[in-house]
Design a protein around this ligand. Structure first.
Ligand code: PMP
Length: 405
């Protein structure tokens, strides 16, 4: 007999899962002739395809039995040792290999952290706006995303303090804060050092976890690297998620989570139930690239590549966008975030833009409340210079039409 209605049998968690804007973005990118600043994938032109192919052949020839085998749930020890040394040397993060869990993308890291910390109904504070993959994961575990505004210095920790006091008064303690401290998706903004310190102080005072999602931090174009929340953490409240998706390859899916040993041990248990271990071959390839210096040289090339794209994008925006429009000026990463004059709808603008074969991501997808209707995200990471040069002036015309009509 055919199975008629799986819907009736889906778990409560399954019902909490909502399709994210990612699927819609991919459809937009695939439409023929589309010029898009919607996609936020890294550019394949910075992939080390040839070198990775040589390394894979060597690894398989030298020890294919190992490279094709399951690995430990925690991740390949030598890779964790390497990452631990790198964290200490480059970022002043004291974290032993035991405090590192290799994950299948940092997306999995956040999912595992939610699995061990978030019960249905738990409150998690998130940026307004915030990466929808992150807020979607939190919601899929029954977490209630509560928005805190983001300005040019990142999530407004001062507003967070007020919210925390208010929620505590109402007997609604906050379980965690989800923050993307560097070149945030979608705004491109970076959390100021004073706010990082204040956030840690609040975590101590109000006893919540901080989920620090940092896939873009290494792609800084100018200015000084700021210490991560993990580096500043003295209490063990930070779970730090890192990824090589933007600096090596998202398809290889190597990422890691770092934090307090007890947290990492629990996440390891959750990972065991999820995928047993991260792809062994990918971990070995990454290890080799780190050891032979290519990973770090690659980051330098990535920075140069994306800096040029950022410069082109911001120059064109400056030149063409009407003065009533505001935009962020990222010092790294993939994004600038646009705010249209109050009352103009980015969704409506997108409908118009698509007719002209131009795509971007409309802002509301990044807001966990119903604000942000007049905002949208432009990403320069994946677009060719030709696309950027074609999209921004045309988009500016569409915006001007809407402002004057
Ligand atoms: N966090 C943020 C802020 C992101 O922008 C992304 C990818 N767009 C991810 C996490 C997921 O990255 P990964 O490929 O490491 O799972």
């Amino acid at each position: 007999m055919a199975f008629q209605n799986p819907d009736a049998l889906f778990s409560e968690q399954a019902h909490l899962m909502k399709p994210s804007a990612i699927g819609e973005i991919h459809k937009l990118l695939e439409a023929p002739g589309m010029r898009s600043l919607a996609g936020a994938w890294p550019s394949p032109s910075v992939f080390k395809t040839r070198e990775i192919s040589d390394i894979v052949l060597k690894l398989l020839a030298a020890n294919g039995d190992h490279a094709l085998q399951y690995g430990s749930t925690k991740g390949y020890l030598e890779l964790r040792q390497c990452l631990s040394e790198m964290a200490e040397k480059k970022e002043d993060i004291e974290c032993s290999p035991d405090q590192i869990l290799i994950t299948t993308g940092s997306a999995q890291g956040l999912d595992l952290a939610c699995r061990i910390f978030i019960d249905p109904g738990d409150i998690v504070l998130v940026g307004l706006p915030s990466y929808f993959g992150g807020t979607g994961t939190i919601a899929s575990h029954g977490g209630i995303n509560v928005g805190i505004p983001v300005d040019e210095n990142g999530i407004e920790v001062e507003a967070m303090e007020e919210k925390l006091a208010l929620l505590k008064k109402g007997n609604k303690p906050v379980k965690a804060v989800y923050v993307i401290p560097n070149f945030q998706n979608p705004t491109g903004t970076t959390l100021a050092l004073s706010r990082r310190k204040k956030l840690l102080e609040l975590a101590d005072r109000y006893q919540f976890m901080i989920f620090e999602d940092d896939p873009y931090g290494e792609l800084r174009f100018e200015g000084q690297h700021l210490p991560s929340l993990l580096a500043l953490d003295k209490t063990g409240c930070v779970v730090h998620f890192r990824s090589t998706s933007k600096t090596f390859s998202p398809g290889m899916r190597v990422a890691w989570a770092a934090g307090h040993t007890d947290v990492i041990v629990k996440m390891e248990l959750a990972k065991q139930c999820s995928d047993i271990s991260t792809n062994t071959l990918s971990q070995l390839v990454l290890l080799e690239l780190i050891k032979n210096g290519s990973f770090h040289n690659g980051i330098k090339k990535n920075i140069e590549y994306y800096r040029q794209k950022r410069d082109l994008t911001l120059d064109l925006i400056e030149k063409h966008f009407p003065k009533q429009v505001r935009w962020t000026k990222p010092s790294g990463g993939f994004f600038t975030f646009i705010t249209l004059p109050e009352g103009l709808s980015a969704d409506d603008l997108l409908i118009d833009a698509l007719k002209h074969k131009i795509a971007f991501v409309s802002g509301p997808a990044f807001f966990v409340d119903d604000s942000g209707k007049n905002t949208f995200r432009l990403s320069y990471s994946q677009a060719s210079s030709e696309d950027i040069m074609a999209v921004i002036p045309s988009l500016a015309e569409l915006i001007k039409d809407r402002i004057t009509s």
